[in-house]
Design a protein around this ligand. Structure first.
Ligand code: ASP
Ligand code: MG
Length: 472
């Protein structure tokens, strides 16, 4: 059995859904279980219309709401010709749209949009897309049934990035989905969402449908998990920045986690967790070029002689620095810094500390850095007052450029090549981190230099090895 997840761009229109249905049909002997995202752009629209309602722009919000509904009704009109089926699906979409309108109205009245409400609003995208794909499959002669993952995926109540209870989830899948699938019906399940113990809607984080795909794969003990997207796998760098980037035929779970965490947008970082747990390979495939073999993510990595697989960049970051003579040799300072980060609910992309202990820098999203700075100032108000700490600083418009590959482990000279290449081009590095796993060297550099740095490093540490291999 194969778990197949199709992303928003793959199901972005009726025509694309038909293409997806054909792909599913061509692999019907693999007994697929399907997970899909919302139609392309719908989750973003749901968030923006809620923001309109929250900020009293009711008309604008209502307009967007109607557009969301129309996008789905149009697909029914054009692609579902069986009148009984069409009317059933229309009814489902109408009900969902009524509910969505009620929730949006609630946001308007209450003037609040908590993580709980945000999760509920965002869940509508997937709930609306699933009946359509299931209907199109049936229309094309393949028995299919839509499922709302809130009845299946059991999570904690971290509403916008929920943790999944795999044991309960798998038993729900066995109870509700398995019997349907066993009869030869293709289950089509909403990605991205789940529900917590109180029955409230949760989401697995933006882009989380990949993770849902892997959860399904793990519950079904799938042969493989296929993530269908709009590119033919993972590339050695973003091809929009580096046109001669190479397609990677295989990467290890560890490498894929690092890559996704450090900015390669092809797969959600959490996707690897259920797959590793059950040792299931993940394949990234392109819905627009289904014959391409894509990238295989498994225990193994690509050929030897490729110490580095990929160069990535994350942008829109700020660097918050804490420094002062009062930090030297005082371990409690680090503990207090991290507990402040935790209280501020800020995501740390990277941190590094000078060995003197005089300075610690924390890299966060640019939306969060000021909140962290203020909370650190509050936590260390005494130290700041007596001069034990200097002002807490922020360097804005930063990026992290990462060089990733498990072959770097124990291969000397990579760090030298990286820094020499950047130095030759006069690119300044603000901070550096290398985990002891030696899989990743990350550097904080000015955002305006990020693309140039990616190109330079790609030439210096990836292309060089490809050329050496070809030449050898
Ligand atoms: N629809 C959700 C999002 O846009 C989940 C996903 O696409 O994976 O984030
Ligand atoms: Mg998506």
């Amino acid at each position: 059995m194969i778990a197949m997840k199709f992303g928003g761009s793959s199901v972005g229109s009726g025509e694309r859904m038909v293409n997806v249905a054909k792909i599913i049909q061509s692999y019907i002997s693999k007994k697929p279980v399907v997970v899909i995202s919302a139609l392309q752009g719908v989750t973003d629209t749901l968030l923006s219309l809620s923001d309109d309602f929250l900020h009293r722009r009711k008309e604008e919000g209502q307009k967007k709401l109607n557009q969301v509904g129309e996008k789905h009704f149009e697909i029914i009109r054009e692609y579902i010709k069986d009148t009984k089926r069409a009317s059933e699906i229309r009814k489902k979409i109408e009900e969902l749209m009524t509910q969505l309108e009620e929730v949006a109205h609630g946001v308007y009245l209450l003037r609040e949009f908590s993580p709980k409400s945000l999760a509920l609003v965002s869940s509508f995208g997937e709930r609306l897309s699933v009946p359509l794909l299931s209907g199109i499959l049936q229309e094309m002669g393949t028995p299919a049934k839509d499922f709302d993952a809130r009845q299946l995926v059991s999570t904690d109540d971290e509403f916008l990035s929920a943790g999944v209870d795999m044991k309960t989830t798998c038993s729900q899948f066995k109870k509700y989905v398995f019997p349907v699938w066993k009869k030869g019906v293709v289950p089509v399940i909403t990605g991205f969402i789940g529900s917590c113990r109180e029955g409230l809607t949760t989401t697995l984080g933006r882009g989380g449908s990949d993770y849902s795909g892997a959860i399904v794969g793990a519950c079904f003990d799938a042969e493989e998990i296929w993530i269908w997207t709009d590119v033919s796998g993972i590339y050695s760098a973003d091809p929009r920045i580096v046109p001669n980037a190479k397609g990677l035929s295989s990467v290890s779970y560890e490498e894929a986690s690092e890559m996704s965490y450090f900015g390669a947008k092809v797969i959600h970082p959490k996707t690897m967790m259920p797959a590793v747990m059950k040792k299931i390979p993940i394949r990234i495939k392109n819905t627009f070029a289904p014959k391409d073999s894509g990238t295989l993510i498994s225990k193994k990595t690509m050929t030897k002689g490729h110490p580095v697989q990929i160069v990535t960049a994350i942008k829109k970051l700020d660097l918050v620095s804490v420094q002062g003579s009062g930090m030297i040799g005082v371990p409690s300072i680090s503990a207090r810094i991290f507990s402040t980060v935790d209280r501020a609910k800020v995501h740390l992309f990277m941190y590094s500390q000078a060995s003197s202990g005089y300075n610690m820098c924390l890299v966060t999203g640019n939306q969060e850095s000021h909140r962290l700075k203020e909370m650190l100032e509050c936590e260390f108000s005494h130290e700041l007052k007596i001069g034990a700490l200097d002002q807490i600083g922020i360097l804005s418009s930063m990026s992290i450029v990462s060089v990733i590959g498990s072959g770097m482990r124990g291969t000397p000279g990579i760090a030298g090549a990286i820094f020499a290449a950047l130095g030759d081009h006069s690119l300044n590095i603000m901070a550096i981190a290398q985990g002891s796993s030696q899989l990743n060297i990350s550097m904080v550099i000015d955002e305006s230099d990020a693309d140039r740095a990616v190109k330079i490093l790609h030439d210096a540490v990836i292309l060089k090895h490809f050329e050496n291999k070809v030449g050898s």
